[in-house]
Ligand binder design. Sequence first.
Ligand code: TYD
Length: 205
Amino acid sequence: MGRFITLEGIDGAGKSTQAKLLAEALRAEGRDVVLTREPGGSVGAQEIRRLVLEGNPDRWSAETEILLFTAARRDHLERLVEPALRAGKVVVCDRFADSTRAYQGLSRGDLCDKVDALHKLMIGREPDLTLLIDMDPATAWGRAMGRRGSEERFEEFGLEFQERLRQGFLELAKRFSDRFRIVDGNRRSEAVAADALAHARGALA
Ligand code: TYD
């Protein structure tokens, strides 16, 4: 069995950069690494990604979003993540179920129980290691707004939402303290990457 490593954090925290750097560093150590992301990572999930990330902020209710993100996750899991893990690979994934817990479950009304029930029913797996790239919401928000494209539904919820999200992720880190490691993202990218790699090596040892 391989190892499943996820990166989580608020918008603009630098997860995507860190996921890439981590995958490169692990490959340089001779490991077979699959780098992927959510929502997305498979053809079907990528189609759902467009539905859920484009358009007006009020396009979907939080409940509908839970279903869409979970549908995308199930497809991604069946087609990419589980086969890779069975083949003994390391899967590095930019966001996973903790994003649904934080974005849909904690930050937009208390839907945690529904998120957890659906996760148990349809996904039923947790990562071996989750790196929470924790960052000051105002700085992260500035970054996220600076690169806005067509996928801006969540960014349009505003800075206050990002602050709630950060708290939500920190709560998850407490709840799942066995697999969560908090990495201070308010630093140069090299320093963040070094910490992330150290935690990953620990999980792979
Ligand atoms: P992502 O592509 O990681 O955007 P960024 O690189 O800007 O962080 O994620 C897209 C958005 O989707 C992001 O705002 C978080 C949101 N999201 C959820 O709300 N629930 C989920 O389950 C997932 C996976 C993402």
